[in-house]
Design a protein around this ligand. Sequence first.
Ligand SMILES: C[S@@+](CC[C@H](N)C(=O)[O-])C[C@H]1O[C@@H](n2cnc3c(N)ncnc32)[C@H](O)[C@@H]1O
Length: 276
Amino acid sequence: MTSRAASRPVGTVTRGTTNPNRLRRMDRWIAAAHGAELRRAADPVAVDLGYGAAPWTAVELLARLREKAPRTRVVGVEIEPARVAAAKPYERDGLVFRHGGFEIPVPQRPLLVRAANVLRQYDEAEVAAVWERLCARLAPADPARGSRGGLLVEGTCDEIGRRHVWVALGPEGPRTVTFATRLGSLERPSDLAERLPKALIHRNVPGEPVHSFLRDFDRAWAAAAPYASYGTRQRWIRTVRDLTADWPVVDGPSRWRQGEVTVAWGALAPRGVPQS
Ligand SMILES: C[S@@+](CC[C@H](N)C(=O)[O-])C[C@H]1O[C@@H](n2cnc3c(N)ncnc32)[C@H](O)[C@@H]1O
């Protein structure tokens, strides 16, 4: 163990609620968006930070990332020691569990830090400092090698992963916000508001960009109602296509088909927050 790991972990123990397959949408998006970076890296280390009372999400992250980048190793990091002890029997080739917190007790600078349903239980005022701390631990960009560096993916979902919203950040700061849903479970896009990450959930009020975005999303959804006769997927695709007229959507139909849309962070950032 390093001396970093021996000191007191940074953060607070929170509820350990998790579920098998809960983070599938996030895993798949990470594999698509970041698989090439992981594949190119000399030592692709990914951290599942705050994996909870059982290690399912870390086991699944390893399997999904290895489909794209077979040399990927996953380190599950948990601040509650009993949850680390419970996870140890599940260690395997490419997967270990460590006791730790936001300091991230691994010697490398990871290519990925995934924190799902972790910050939701912290105060909004703590988010910026935690993001800054975690981004500073990411592998740095290396333009000469075409690398944008590591990725922090931080967000929230419901108990069984039907509705999910996350922010992706690079070493330089926040990049994008992704909304992902099981389309069959959706009445309107603003159903996702209850799963906004901590940085945005209290900002879903008039005058804030995320509120305007969800309002426009619902309007586009209503206007696309005739497409429902071709299925909810076609309605979603049409809705997102309409949104691109006014909002900086950064992905395309192959992701929209999955019930996703990714928007530049700067368009949704709370007022008064840096838009890097
Ligand atoms: C609600 S569970 C989420 C489990 C899993 N990530 C999921 O989404 O299903 C949150 C977990 O994060 C852990 N946690 C909270 N703060 C942490 C920190 N600073 N470092 C590591 N783990 C932390 C808690 O102890 C808890 O087990």
